[in-house]
Design a binder for this molecule. Sequence first.
Ligand code: GTP
Ligand code: MG
Length: 330
Amino acid sequence: MSAKARPRTAESDEPAAPTPVALEDLPGVGGAIADKLREAGYTDLMELAVASPSDVAEAAEIGTATAQKIISEARRQADVGGFESGVTLLERRQKLGRVTTGAKSLDDLLGGGVETQAITEFSGEFGTGKTQLAHQIAVNIQLPVDQGGLASETVYIDTESTFRPERIVDMAKGVGLDPTEALGKIHIARAFNSNHQMLLVGKAQELARERPIRLIVVDSLTAHFRSEYMGRGELAPRQQLLNRHLHELLRFGATFNAAIVVTNQVSARPDILFGDPTRPIGGNIVAHAATYRVYLRKSKPPKRIARLIDSPNLPEGEAVFSLTGEGIRE
Ligand code: GTP
Ligand code: MG
């Protein structure tokens, strides 16, 4: 492959993103099966490589043994499942980037800002500032590194139609960026349902081969899943899909050294009258995939309180920040 044909990644010395190979190239996958797989969200080899045989069997309406064969071949071709040396891992960790939230207290809580190659979840009741934070981070990532950004662009997956270009204009002005340029560096997709939401991660990968995308926002991560899988019996499929979605996001983060910011609304349940409102939905699934989980609550306006919950490498603590006309501030 010539240097020119090499797919771009965040830094040129990073391994190139996997070259897209048509699903049809896998032995045993004809056009009909490939179509069914793509419909179910398996758009490239890597997605198949990390899938479970039962999911693939169901999606393509084939036997589990056939699905297993297809997955094994996808793994072989996508070159996954091997070991990574400690040195490689350390090098990868040293490339971690950080984006400022606009409030130093909140950055400190997160260990220096929102981290790349990780999922950061902002949860909280309505109006706690989840969407404002998502907008602000999409603006701040455009800043040069010495100002708390990564000089990069954002894919913004909007599931509730709450993205507001006007807020981006305000926030861009607030950090001294040209508003029109700032808007041009945020690539917004409205997700109409959970399946579409998952497909958009694949689209983001395509875009990231052309544009320097270092952030994916999913606002809200859980709203579609919550409304589409309501019954008790649907909990397992919902969690399974959410799990796959989160892992596809994580993989994007690792491939492009990108930050993943997701929001998750929690609502006070009538049966819990004291203490914290309920836990965010997707509970243990998100807990497992998200590196940083920040729980937001309202304080004296315009203040909000952020609390870091169950972080493996940072002390639990709280930070206060403000929601202002110019955006998130200390
Ligand atoms: P849900 O999506 O409903 O769960 O809420 P959320 O957590 O996403 O809340 P969001 O980020 O939308 O926060 C809404 C709050 O942000 C408002 O109550 C205001 O305090 C603040 N806010 C939003 N827009 C503006 C604005 O233009 N100016 C100012 N000063 N504050 C704003
Ligand atoms: Mg919101």
